[in-house]
Design a protein around this ligand. Structure first.
Ligand SMILES: Cc1ncc(COP(=O)(O)OP(=O)(O)O)c(N)n1
Ligand code: TZP
Ligand code: MG
Length: 431
């Protein structure tokens, strides 16, 4: 029995701290009946012979449920009792030595906290990685913290499946959405629960939802029939223009910007920004002329530069192959978005471009999404709204649309909330 991604979906790692009136064997059976997809026997203090007897009993139980049975740390016991595999960490026997000892047919799980360790483990013959602690945990006092960014990087760096571990429970499991993990490994959320079977059932449902086997892949297997895409920050890597536009403009006038002018575009209209530059940098042009020149720079950016996000073209093609109707819903000028999408070679995927101007309202109300939906002619529950901005995503979600959050640096401060709110979260369009 070798490892595949589905084995890691709901990985129960034992701990006898909470057996109470039950035996560990009974607890493991409850976990199996609740849908655990893998069992790891983790005994840190049990005398060797008791460990062996227990291992044999748990092995038989797992056989009945056709679920892989692994032993933590003790490689010799895993070999002698015929377990399906063994899990070792960075301070245990080296992965390469374990692989030599157990042979090619047994499952080898290795803990990794960094990309380097992950790559090394794969090279040494690991079948899967356990990465954590991804949240704070009191189950393992010496566990190093692993950020979600590192978890995501590890998933992208290796081709073996990865499960997250450490402090995961029902309330925070969704935060792992989109990291690329195949599943979650849990100790206390399962074995400290008064109703292990029910907890496993609930956790498995959540794990299935966030299982980013590939979020893109998962999305394609939903009921999706229509897709409403925001443009800036979602399909186009265009938000950066606002960071530099003010400074770039002043430089064209031979002025040296004294400050970061990003706020002038975030908090002011173009006309207000023009007046601000005029007053603070002694420009002689009228505010209207400055607006015209700023607009020319913006137009040039969309017409000549604004790039498509990596992988977006291939994703749109996949949606198109599946006959999914697509449109754009944007607050930006129609002609600018059209020009950028045309230059990037993806305009033909969209039935139409709808702007907030045309809908008569911004994305703080659902008018644009409702109008786009009516024009697409698909059902609301099968029409997914793709947005990078939290406020827009919330509007669509509140209006009853399934939502897909798309990562963009401009929304970095809101990322956690977007992940929480969105039904799916795309860190990237690349597979
Ligand atoms: C699935 C899984 N992932 C990680 C670990 C941790 O292993 P390790 O770092 O060796 O720590 P201990 O569990 O031995 O205390 C694990 N056991 N399982
Ligand atoms: C074994 C292990 N490895 C990293 S964190 C951890 C403990 C996980 O336990 P819990 O799920 O109760 O936080
Ligand atoms: Mg260990």
């Amino acid at each position: 029995m070798k490892c595949d991604r589905s084995m890691l979906l709901l990985y129960a790692v034992t701990d006898r701290a909470w057996t109470g009136k039950k035996t560990l064997l009974q607890q493991v059976e409850e976990a199996l009946s609740g849908g655990a997809t893998c069992i790891q026997l983790r005994e840190k203090e049990l005398p060797e012979e008791e460990f062996r007897q227990e291992a044999l009993a748990v092995k038989e139980l797992c056989r009945r449920y056709h679920v892989p049975f692994l032993i933590n740390d003790n490689v010799e016991l895993a070999v002698s009792c015929g377990a399906d595999g063994v899990h070792v960490g960075q301070h245990d026997m080296s992965a390469a030595d374990v692989r030599r000892r157990i042979g090619p047919g047994k499952i080898l799980g290795v803990s990794a906290q960094t990309v380097e360790q992950a790559r090394q483990a794969e090279e040494d013959g690991a079948d899967y990685l356990g990465v954590g602690a991804v949240f704070s945990t009191s189950t393992k006092s010496d566990a190093d913290a692993v950020s979600h960014e590192t978890l995501q990087k590890i998933c992208a760096a290796v081709s073996i499946p990865v499960c997250a571990i450490g402090g995961i429970h029902k309330e925070n499991l969704h935060l792992l959405k989109g990291t690329g993990i195949a599943g979650v490994a849990l100790v206390s959320a399962i074995f400290a629960s008064p109703d292990i079977r029910k907890s496993c059932e609930d956790l498995k449902k959540l794990a299935l939802q966030i299982n980013a086997q590939d979020t893109l892949e998962a999305l394609l297997h939903t009921n999706i029939r229509g897709a409403i895409f925001d443009a800036d920050g979602t399909l186009l890597d265009s938000m950066g223009i606002w960071d530099t536009l003010g400074e770039d403009y002043l430089r064209t006038k031979g002025k040296i910007p004294r400050e970061n002018l990003r706020e002038t575009f975030r908090d002011m209209s173009l006309l207000q920004a023009a007046c601000y530059y005029r007053e603070n940098y002694a420009l002689t042009e009228s505010p209207e002329k400055i607006v015209e020149e700023l607009n020319a720079m913006i137009t040039s950016f969309y017409e000549k530069e604004a790039p498509l996000k990596e992988g977006a073209a291939a994703f749109l093609e996949e949606l198109c192959q599946r006959n999914i109707k697509m449109c754009i819903a944007t607050a930006t000028d129609h002609s600018l978005i059209r020009a950028a999408l045309k230059r990037c070679g993806v305009l033909h995927y969209f039935t139409f471009i709808l702007t907030c101007g045309q809908a008569g309202a911004g994305k703080d109300t659902p008018a644009i999404y409702e109008e786009a939906l009516a024009l697409l002619g698909t059902g609301k529950e099968e029409t997914y709204v793709f947005e990078d901005a939290l406020y827009a995503l919330k509007t669509a979600k509140t209006a009853g649309f399934p939502t897909v959050g798309v990562k963009d640096p401009s929304s970095a401060g809101q990322e956690r909330e977007i992940i929480k709110q969105a039904d799916y979260y795309l860190y990237t369009f690349t597979k």
